[in-house]
Each structure stands twice: as C-alpha cells, then as structure tokens.
Design a protein around this ligand. Structure first.
Ligand code: SAH
Length: 395
C-alpha cells in the first residue's frame, strides 16, 4: 500500500474514469490512514477497485491525480514525466530554439502533474508548487530537472512561498534548490526580442510566458499604428509592437511595471522615442484618453480567481472592453484577453459581444486566440484552457 487510501461514494468514480485529474472532497466516503497535507493517496471506487493515484489536500480539491495506472511514485516515475514534458517542448520546436529561451516546461494538469509549474529562463528553471504534494518533493524534482536538461539548465529556484495554500502553514521559503545559484535576474530572448526577467521580484515566476504567440501576431498588426498596451507589465506586447508601430504607449498601475516596460523597450530599441510608459489605473485612463489609438491591447490580470467572483469579473471585462471599443479609431484593432480560469471561452465572447453592442460599433472577430503549446490543455480537463483572446476589427 502507498500512502493513504481514499474510497469514493457510489457513482462518484465516473469523472475519474474519464481521466479528470481532480477529486472533490464531496465525492469521498472514507479515508483510511491518518492523512497529512500533500500525502500520496490511492483512490478507489466504492466497490474497492483501483482508480488513480495523486496528492491529498484538505481543501475542496481533495486529490490532484498524477496517475490513472497503479504506480510507485518514486524518482524514476517523476523523471519519466518530466522527460516526456521536455520531449514535448523539443518536438514543438520551443526548447533548443536559438530565438526563444523562455518557455514553460511543466504546466500542471496539462503535463499530468497537477499543482506544479516550472518555467525555463535561459539556464534557470523556476518552480512553483500550488499544493503541498509537489512542494514536499521539490528537492527531488529540482535534481531531476538538472539531470533531464543537462547542459541547458544549471540552477533551479523554488518560488512557492506565495502559491502554496496559506492554511497549510508549510513554512516555505523561496530559494535555490539545485545547481549553481544564478542571482535573480537574466535577459531572456523571445522570438528574438530581449527581456529582462527577475524571478525574485517579478509577478508569477517572473514573466508572462503564455503570450508569446499572441505578441507575435500583434507585431504583424501594429504596422504604422498608434498602439496602446493596457496592463503592460514587462512591456511584452509593447516590444513586439515597436517593431512596426508609429507610437506605443504602455499603461500599468504599477510603477515597477512601467519602469520595467521602458527598460525592455530600450533593450531592443535604444534611443527610440516612439515609446512612452504611463503609470495609471486602466479604468481611469480608458475613460479620460482621447480617440488617439488605432490598436489597443487589453491583457488584464485574472479578474476572477474563484467561481463566486465570476459575475463581478464579467462586469469588469465588459467595462474595460466597452471603454476601449468606444474610443478606438475607426478601422482600429482590439486585442482583448482573459486569463481567468473560471471564465469560459463562451462567457468571454458573450461579454465582449455585449460590450460591442453597447458601443454601437460594427465589430468583426478576426482571430480567436489561446495559450501556446508549452501551456498544453489536458483534453480531459477543459479548465486547463485558461487563456482566451480575440482580435477584433472595429469600424
Ligand atoms: N500583458 C502583460 C501581462 C499583464 S499582467 C504581459 O504580456 O506580460 C497584468 C498587469 O496589470 C500587471 O502588471 C498589473 O500591475 C496590472 N494592473 C492590475 N490592475 C490594474 C489596473 N487597475 N490598472 C492598470 N494596470 C493594472
């Protein structure tokens, strides 16, 4: 027997049989053993037949499943999983690519390791555990990453302090786990553009790795346009826009972000006066700005982190999109995103539809965007498709 044993209520095995990687606490009839947060748990149907193996947590997601086949979850087991994820990045042409050295190696459920994120910044891997199970295994996982990515990754940094459940009280402290510590900052390349990334102080693991393909599309659309990059953070979209645009304004409410956006633009376009970074609140700026932009990017933070916040979040998306649609120049292009997992693609599209109708403009959808292949969607877990975007043409 491995870890604890969890028995489901009759009928509750259906979603596990369809390979959904979460077991909710309400589905459980009995737990055998004295469970501690992050323990390995074997899950059984009411008739006693084996279903899956995962990590147990006391929250509403009680088990995060990493195997649907009876297994011994030892070093070798996880080495295989990480190797497969790396092979997938190699096969998509992302790893080992001279023009991009920043990508996601492990994307939680998308890579069969729910609760674990690992991003690669050149020769440094930054790990984030979102549940106790993989945090307990952090040292082993870090050693495996160094081994699997030999010659590429030389250091692994754990940044789980802020992502582990607060109630777990695990006493996590961010820091290097393996390899040679590399300070906190590096310059990465994405599609040939340079970005300064600081994983110690930056948001998430340091950079929003998931917008790579959408930023590239933006470069194509920015030809000769006056661009507003709202919620700009590191200036990811701004740098790509600078390739072709007439002017680019980056707006963010955080002065740290606007300084960083300025630095990143200068890193790629030294002494170029077409860019300006503005520290302001998005809602105020959109209300007060003139009708000067013919390309606007709206990439806000997740407005809804929980199902309960959904209605307010949709209202927030509607408001900012309505404001942008009202002010954008005729013939303008709007790139609009939602990264909230609880907002479905349909919810988002409907919200933009209402914003468009309220603005009284003629709006066409030109592209429907999603997340890149290093953020794979687990086909049995539709929730892992979290990034949704639309490119709109506004008459
Ligand atoms: N587009 C970015 C990622 C955006 S992250 C990229 O490609 O990397 C969201 C950003 O929104 C953060 O930098 C945060 O500081 C900013 N933000 C949050 N609330 C805001 C508000 N009300 N007004 C303006 N910016 C805001």
């Amino acid at each position: 027997m491995i870890g604890i044993q969890i028995f489901l209520k009759p009928g509750k095995e259906q979603s596990v049989k369809r390979f959904h990687p979460w077991i909710f606490s309400g589905a459980i009839s009995d737990i055998k053993g004295a469970p501690k947060e992050g323990d390995v748990a074997e899950v059984f149907a009411a008739d006693g037949s084996y279903l899956a193996t995962g990590h147990w947590s006391p929250g509403s997601i009680a088990v995060r499943i990493f195997s649907f086949i009876e297994c011994v979850p030892d070093r070798n087991f996880f080495k295989q999983k990480i190797t497969r994820a790396y092979e997938c990045r190699l096969s998509t042409g992302l790893a080992n690519n001279p023009s991009t050295n920043v990508y996601r190696l492990i994307h939680g459920e998308g890579d069969g390791l729910p609760g674990l994120i690992i991003d690669i910044y050149g020769s440094v891997a930054v790990m984030q555990a979102h549940a106790a199970g993989f945090w307990h295994l952090r040292q082993m996982l870090a050693d495996i990453v160094i081994e699997v990515m030999k010659g590429v990754v030389v250091a692994v940094y754990d940044k789980s302090e802020g992502t582990l459940p607060f109630m777990a009280n695990l006493g996590a402290e961010n820091g290097y786990l393996a390899g040679t510590p590399m300070g906190g900052e590096t310059v990465v390349v994405e599609n040939g553009f340079k970005f300064k990334v600081n994983w110690l102080t930056g948001q998430k693991t340091g950079f929003f790795v998931d917008q790579r393909d959408n930023r590239r599309l933006l470069a194509d659309y920015s030809q000769g346009r006056t661009v507003l990059n709202m919620f700009g953070y590191t200036g990811g979209f701004s740098v790509y826009a600078m390739k072709n645009a007439a002017t680019v304004h980056t707006v963010d409410s955080s002065p740290v972000a606007t300084t960083l956006a300025d630095e990143n633009v200068r890193l790629n376009f030294a002494d170029d006066t077409r860019h300006k970074a503005i520290t302001a609140d998005a809602f105020d700026y959109l209300q007060e700005m003139g009708e000067e932009y013919d390309l606007i990017v709206l990439d806000p933070p997740a407005f809804a982190k929980h199902q309960k916040a959904l209605a307010n979040a949709l209202q927030g998306y509607r408001r900012i999109n309505a404001a942008a649609l009202k002010k954008i120049k005729p013939g303008g292009i709007l790139f609009t995103f939602s990264c909230s997992q609880v907002v479905s693609r349909d919810d988002f599209r409907r919200t933009i539809f209402v914003a468009a109708a309220n603005s009284g403009r003629v709006v066409r959808i030109l592209h429907q965007m999603s997340q890149p292949p290093d953020h794979p969607v687990n086909i049995y877990h539709p929730e892992s498709e979290y990034l949704k975007g639309l490119v709109l043409h506004v008459e």
